[in-house]
Design a protein around this ligand. Structure first.
Ligand code: FAD
Ligand code: 2HG
Ligand code: ZN
Length: 455
């Protein structure tokens, strides 16, 4: 039996009593939810693959309320599961058993924006897309973007250290998050909500919470450095014959597009089939084994277009790509991005999905897909590969008509052993959650080396 299917045992936490509910109802009148129908969506993850049985959902609005909740739960031995937009893909956002769900959905105020420095400070429950819209009106953008933007929250993004589509350009949240406010399990508030770009006074405590997936405290506010809104955006969708050519095109794009390159993503032909079959999206170019989505963001449309034109001419002339289409207008840009962003959604219609979010040396990333296809033969319905080439991050997804223990046993630990063999990471950007927690040893990056003393 795969370890993925084995949840940790329920620890000896207390069960919620009437007395506890009275405390919560007094603290959060109208925001202490116990109606099972209203709790349903908080107990099930986005993929509908894991389900908890929580009987209480708390919806605080302020840091003080979060602090009172955690202090109370800590002293009464009650387990708590922080929840943002519940778009996590590793089963970490919902309870395993009857943990209280602490939702940050009502903590959605923007606290401050400085349009000189581009630094935004907001509560952790702000939805990523709402922040983007707010910033765009002020000539800025969020430094991260992901397909779940309409539901995921900035607190959840920080808690998972989400990567997304533009990490290549704007870097990880470890660089763009400037400050955090976090409530620890005993209710103490750790105030690191700095808005300074430089601060070397002591240890950088906030870094510990970026990617901590709710295990160290509840993030209640975030300050983040936001880039200027680009004056010109172009998106290109290209078709390509081999993965080697796709990688060469990546090198060429870095060389010829330089500072305006903001995303370099890929999908294989199986992904495109799923988009066609399940979402009725049409291939904008001719059929190829691989497709590339390139985005440029810059400050001068003429300059960007000239660079892009030269790059495309070179890519075509050297036969690295066989077909392509360019979008400069918003509607077409969105349509091209859908071909990449909606693969996760298409997969949910294909059957039960086994998801792997792997970091590898970039030249290896597609080899895992071909090896897995060979390894599984006809046991899987679809084996697809897509992801963030620019970050060396593969999303390997495998579907079957229904949950299938034999198929899972064929995939795991094969996929983890393969990844470990090439010093990859089994959790590139989605986190460990419930689904990957038992596999952490395959890629835990820290190793000690001790040399014997000199004689
Ligand atoms: P949730 O799913 O609610 O929670 C995720 C984890 O964070 C849980 O462990 C939870 O306990 C913890 N948590 C949430 N809020 C807090 C808080 N305030 N304080 C402490 N802990 C907290 N991920 C990527 O990295 N890149 C992508 O490109 C990407 N694309 C996606 C596309 C789709 C269609 C979907 C469905 C998901 C995608 N994801 C992606 C995964 C997911 O959206 C991200 O992990 C996102 O950052 C989760 O945010 P959330 O608010 O939904 O958090
Ligand atoms: C993406 O890059 C997300 O689209 C989701 O990280 C990946 O569904 C997946 O496997
Ligand atoms: Zn991703």
């Amino acid at each position: 039996k795969s370890l993925s299917d084995t949840p940790p045992p329920r620890r000896p936490f207390s069960r919620v009593t009437e007395e506890d509910l009275t405390f919560f109802r007094t603290l959060l009148p109208g925001r202490t939810i116990t109606d099972p129908d209203l709790l349903e969506s908080s107990n099930v993850d986005w993929l509908k693959s894991v389900r908890g049985s929580s009987e209480v959902l708390l919806r605080p609005q302020t840091t003080e309320e979060v602090s009172q909740i955690l202090r109370y739960c800590n002293s009464h031995n009650l387990a708590v599961n922080p929840q943002g937009g519940n778009t996590g893909l590793v089963g970490g956002s919902v309870p395993v058993y009857d943990e209280i769900v602490l939702s940050t959905a009502l903590m959605n105020n923007i606290l401050h924006f400085n349009d000189v420095s581009g630094i935004l400070t907001c509560q952790s429950g702000c939805i990523l897309e709402n922040l983007s819209l707010y910033l765009e009106e002020r000539g800025h953008i969020m430094p991260l973007d992901l397909g779940a933007k309409g539901s995921c929250q900035i607190g959840g993004n920080v808690a998972t250290n989400a990567g997304g589509l533009r990490l290549l350009r704007y870097g990880s949240l470890h660089g763009t998050v400037l400050g955090l406010e976090v409530v620890l399990a005993d209710g103490r508030v750790l105030d690191c909500l700095s808005t300074l770009r430089k601060d070397n006074t002591g240890y950088d405590l906030k870094q510990l919470f970026i990617g901590s997936e709710g295990t160290l405290g509840v993030i209640t506010a975030v300050s983040i450095l936001c880039p200027q809104k680009p004056k010109s955006v172009n998106v290109v969708f290209l078709g390509c014959e081999t993965f080697e050519q796709l990688l060469k095109t990546f090198q060429l794009s870095k060389r010829m597009l330089g500072e305006i390159l903001s995303a370099y993503e890929f999908l294989d032909s199986e992904c495109l089939n799923l988009l066609k079959t399940h979402l009725k999206l049409q291939n904008p170019v001719s059929d190829c084994p691989f497709y590339i989505v390139i985005e440029t963001q810059g400050s001068d449309p003429n300059h960007d277009e000239e660079k892009l034109h030269n790059f495309l001419e070179e890519a075509m002339a050297s036969s690295l790509v066989v077909d392509g289409t360019v979008a400069t207008e918003e509607g077409k840009i969105k349509a091209l991005w859908s071909m990449r962003e909606r693969i996760t959604e298409a997969l949910t219609h294909d059957g039960f999905t086994y998801k792997y979010d792997i970091s590898l040396p970039v030249e290896r990333i597609y080899q895992l897909v071909t090896d897995m296809r060979r390894h599984l033969g006809d046991r899987a319905k679809s084996v697809v590969g897509y992801g963030h080439v620019g970050d060396g991050n593969l999303h390997l997804n495998i579907t079957s008509p229904a949950k299938n223990a034999a198929l899972l046993a064929a995939i795991e630990p094969f996929v983890y052993e393969w990844t470990a063999k090439f010093q990859g990471s089994i959790s590139a950007e989605h986190g460990l959650g419930l689904k990957k927690r038992n596999y952490i040893h395959y890629s835990l990056g820290v190793r000690w080396r001790v040399f014997p003393p000199c004689r």
